[in-house]
Design a protein around this ligand. Structure first.
Ligand code: MN
Length: 259
């Protein structure tokens, strides 16, 4: 190949690479009630937040095998675990409380396989709402099955307000990934959960809490795994006057872009 041709080949290759955006797998749920038409579902706010950050989302439904979940993860740049049903308490060795909501066995299986694979391969992971809960369970932790009945003094965490209404404060550890992404250590957040992290998995650490002590943010102890898990819903704050929540998606995108 002549030097001119080589140069031209390299130029087009650089151009193509600079235009390609990171692809992220985004977990979705599925209806499980008998007697209804079943659909795969995902709130479109997640898609908007990820596209606004320059990422290409691929929706992953609950699958019938853990190996399929691992096959998907090997082909994407990052993983997003989204909000949804209560994780089956048998996954963390507890009997089901009467206050525990319905579970989706296929979703539990799929997400736990995705999370364990992401942890082992150090693939970047952003986990939201159910996200920190199922990440904690996948890595050996447990959950509070129902905050109001198990911790009567807790703040109301299952808001009836609009999805973008900030209802309680969160304190974030200085120097944590979450604090760096948000740019603050004290913010207020929306809140739509009746469960939360209880015993923290051995490989994780708490980096954000509500004033009542409820865990609102988790990160890995290992420096070489980029993972942020938040209990609130940053994807519902796409139009918020405060830039805090968009900072989480930007930090995720920055990590994926830097390779
Ligand atoms: Mn909360």
């Amino acid at each position: 190949m002549s030097s001119t041709l080589t140069q031209s080949f390299q130029d087009s290759r650089t151009l193509r690479e600079s235009r390609s955006a990171p692809v992220v797998a985004v977990s979705a749920t599925s209806d499980t009630q008998p007697g209804y038409s079943h659909r795969v579902r995902l709130n479109s706010a997640y898609i908007t937040a990820l596209e606004n950050a320059g990422l290409v989302p691929v929706v992953v439904p609950p699958l019938t095998s853990a190996s399929a979940a691992r096959d998907i993860l090997s082909r994407v740049d990052g993983l997003v675990i989204t909000g949804g049903e209560d994780v089956d308490p048998s996954r963390y060795g507890q009997d089901r409380s009467p206050q525990c909501g319905v579970s989706n066995a296929a979703r539990d299986e799929t997400e736990i396989a995705l999370i364990r694979e992401a942890s082992e391969t150090r693939k970047p992971l952003l986990a939201i709402c159910r996200g920190p809960q199922v990440v904690n369970v996948a890595l050996g932790g447990t959950l509070i099955q129902d905050i109001p009945s198990e911790i009567p003094a807790a703040l109301p965490h299952n808001s009836n307000d609009a999805r973008s209404t900030r209802v309680h404060d969160v304190t974030i550890d200085e120097g944590s990934r979450i604090a760096d992404a948000i740019g603050e250590t004290a913010i207020s957040v929306n809140s739509f959960h009746h469960q939360s992290v209880k015993d923290v998995a051995p490989s994780l650490k708490v980096t954000a809490r509500a004033p009542d002590g409820i865990i609102e943010g988790l990160e890995p102890k290992a420096e070489d795994w980029w993972m942020m898990a938040v209990q609130w819903h940053p994807e519902e704050m796409n139009d918020s006057p405060e830039p805090w929540d968009r900072g989480l998606f930007r930090a995720f995108a920055d990590r994926l872009t830097e390779g």
